[in-house]
Design a binder for this molecule. Structure first.
Ligand SMILES: O=C[C@H](O)COP(=O)(O)O
Length: 241
């Protein structure tokens, strides 16, 4: 099941437990993403917590879970399989430039979560034009760019509009759903969303910017989540008018 690509991005909200999943789902998030913010940029939660998050969402949104930042091929396939077994709709996993150059490694990872695997590429790493096509050929269904260093620098600080657009266009050309994330704030939505003709990313991913005080290790702030949903929906209405 590959998520359809809407004219404007859908909202991904990363949560750390069932209580935050309830906030995100009740607020209207399109994708509730299970992630442990105290374990780095792409920290995996324990499978039991991920299962509780899936149960809390109760089908009101799609679900994904982060499988971590594996260094080698065997670990990549193993952590993807472990997270796929939790029953989430999608698995997100960091794929380093080295592993992205290994077609057999990518294919083995995709087989561990058929039609459910999303690669996360870090903006601080080398992003090659052929990355999306390689991932699609291996069986990935999506690719996101995120930031590895959660030091306050946002994705637009690290990746200019030209390179962001090139990435989302390359994903679209090979049938991958694309996503952009990385310390984004609500104010980034109009800048990153595109003009509504589908040229923007399929998802915009948030955590820190929707937490209390803008700190990703704090709790999710229901008012900020609701504001992000409202802004995306208002943008869709303006674009449709
Ligand atoms: O995919 C979304 C990420 O969880 C974004 O996290 P962040 O906003 O803390 O960088």
């Amino acid at each position: 099941m590959t998520p359809s690509v809407p004219a404007l991005p859908r909202l991904l909200v990363s949560v750390r437990d069932a209580a935050e999943a309830e906030i995100a789902a009740a607020s209207g998030a399109d994708l509730v993403d299970a992630k442990d913010p105290v374990r780095g940029a792409l920290g995996a939660l324990e499978p039991g917590i991920v299962r509780a998050i899936v149960a809390a969402v109760r089908g009101r949104a799609a679900t994904s879970a982060v499988a971590g930042e594996p260094d080698d091929a065997e670990t990549l396939a193993r952590c993807v399989a472990a997270m796929a077994a939790t029953g989430v709709d999608y698995v997100k996993v960091a794929v380093s430039p080295t592993l992205r150059a290994e077609p057999k490694t990518l294919a083995a990872a995709a087989r561990a979560a058929p039609e459910r695997l999303i690669a996360v590429l870090f903006a601080e790493d080398a992003l090659r034009p052929e990355d999306p096509a390689r991932l699609a050929a291996a069986g990935f269904i999506g690719a996101m760019i995120d930031t590895a260093g959660k030091d306050g620098r946002r994705l637009p600080d690290l990746l200019d509009a030209g390179r962001r657009d090139a990435f989302t266009a390359a994903c679209r050309a090979c049938g991958l759903v694309s996503g952009l994330a990385g310390s984004l704030g609500i104010e980034d939505i109009p800048v990153l969303a595109g003009r509504g003709s589908g040229e923007g990313p399929g998802y915009l991913g948030f955590r820190g910017g929707l937490c209390r005080g803008g700190r990703r290790t704090e709790r999710l702030d229901p008012a900020r989540v609701a504001a992000a949903v409202a802004d995306l929906r208002a943008l869709a209405r303006r674009t449709a008018a």
